[in-house]
Design a protein around this ligand. Structure first.
Ligand code: NZQ
Ligand code: ZN
Length: 385
């Protein structure tokens, strides 16, 4: 196991009727900006409950944050927050809304050009306003981690920043607030969470038995509970399990002390930039293709995954590896996500443009062994069609 430092300062409130607890976390004298998208926060009832919990507090509304949160829209929020002298940001929504609040929390107190905060993957961030998160879509894990993924269409950029200062102060996880999710978003959330676990598990063995078993537990829970969420949308326990799995999938726990990959994510960002695919849609196509192309270096963990997660023990090694990939693909499809780009109406990909964008974004050496070459990327993309 590698050496590691693990520090996660986000306080979690989990369960029914927990939104009201935010009143104890936000000072009554705070000037709060409530950041949201619009649809999800209202449909779920989360925005109303937030309003009720903070009725004594000075709140400013900032809605209209769309999926893949856009830099220019966030600048509107930064200007509003400065005008209103905001000193606390409360995100009510999914990963896009939480990420937007995190970015704005760094940009509001920053005197320079906010775009500079995207440099060096967020390492330049020195100060942030406190952020709280009320989650309405379990997927990103953003509510309990230090990342934010920001898009800027004008520059064809979708890029992650990471900084310990971006950890939310608290996260409210009320599973009843996910009942209104359409099936497509339930599927996206399960597949995104599944791939977060794979990116931290399907690498190479370093005797991190605790991390591997935690990851396998999350994968098994997702395989069991994911399809049930589609079939029984009002089942509280199923929603609760998916919500906690999403948070634990990317809060630093399972990735501490083990190698991490993240190339499916990074490559997926370019597909979102160029073709507008939702985040999880890119992953559903890329992961099976990527595992096939990168078999030689992922062999040992893929065999373990096949055996422990899918019960694949018979046949020669090549057959077992192929079956592990096939079962993964079938699971994504069962969650309602096509695993070929054609399933999203995309018949061809500008492979050269994708590799150019990756290079422009400094992504030359992706993967746990920094060995994903442009030729491999071409091969992966061809296999996604
Ligand atoms: O935004 P609103 O209006 O609320 O509507 C959303 C949006 O249209 C809707 N929705 C959310 N909760 C709902 C609901 N609709 C009905 N009922 C509810 N309860 O769902 C749509 C998608 O929301 P979004 O926030 O975009 O989804 P998700 O949580 O999957 O977040 C995706 C974003 O997170 C980034 C992705 O790249 C993408 O930009 N990620 C962030 C990560 C992080 N910060 O650690 C890691 C992830 O790998 C990921 O990259
Ligand atoms: Zn993701």
């Amino acid at each position: 196991m590698f050496n590691f430092t693990f520090h996660n300062p986000t306080k979690v409130f989990f369960g029914k009727d927990t939104i009201r607890l935010i009143a104890g976390e936000i000072p009554p004298v705070a000037r709060v900006m409530i950041v949201h998208g619009g649809a999800g926060g209202r449909a779920s009832g989360a925005l109303d409950e937030v309003g009720e919990a903070l009725r004594e507090v000075d709140c400013t509304d900032f809605g209209g944050v769309a999926p893949n949160p856009e830099y220019d829209r966030m600048l509107d929020g930064v200007a509003l927050a400065r005008e209103k002298k905001i000193d606390f940001l409360l995100a009510v929504g999914g990963g896009s809304v939480i990420d937007a609040a995190k970015f704005m929390s760094a940009a509001i107190p920053f005197a320079g050009d906010p775009f500079l905060l995207m440099d060096k993957a967020g390492a330049a961030i020195r100060e942030t306003l406190p952020v709280g998160a009320v989650v309405t879509l379990p997927a990103s894990g953003s509510e309990m981690n230090s990342r934010a993924i920001i898009s800027r269409k004008a520059c064809q950029i979708k890029k992650g920043i990471m900084n310990p200062l971006l950890h939310p102060r608290f996260a409210v996880l009320d599973p009843t607030k996910t009942y209104t999710l359409p099936c497509a978003q339930i599927g996206n959330g399960v597949v995104d969470t599944f791939v977060h676990v794979l990116e931290q598990y399907l690498t190479y063995p370093v005797a991190g038995e605790v991390q591997d078993c935690l990851a396998e537990g999350l994968l098994q829970a997702l395989i069991d509970q994911g399809p049930r969420a589609l079939a029984e949308p009002q089942n509280y326990d199923v929603r609760a399990n998916l919500m906690w799995a999403a948070t634990l999938g990317l809060n630093g726990l399972i990735g501490a002390g083990v190698p991490q990959d993240w190339s499916a994510h990074r490559l997926g960002y370019e597909l979102t930039v160029l073709y507008g695919l939702a985040h999880a849609e890119t992953l559903a196509c890329l992961v099976p293709a990527m595992l096939a192309v990168r078999l030689p270096t992922k062999r040992e963990k893929l065999l373990r995954y096949g055996e422990r997660i899918w019960g694949i023990t018979a046949g020669d090694e090549a057959t077992r590896l192929a079956q592990a990939i096939d079962r993964t693909r079938a699971f994504f499809e069962a969650m309602g996500l096509p695993t070929r780009l054609g399933g999203y109406g995309l018949e061809k990909v500008d492979v050269e443009r994708v590799t150019e964008l990756l290079a422009a974004h400094g992504m030359f050496n992706m993967g746990e062994r920094q060995d994903v070459t442009p030729d491999m990327i071409r091969d992966i993309l061809q296999r996604c069609l």
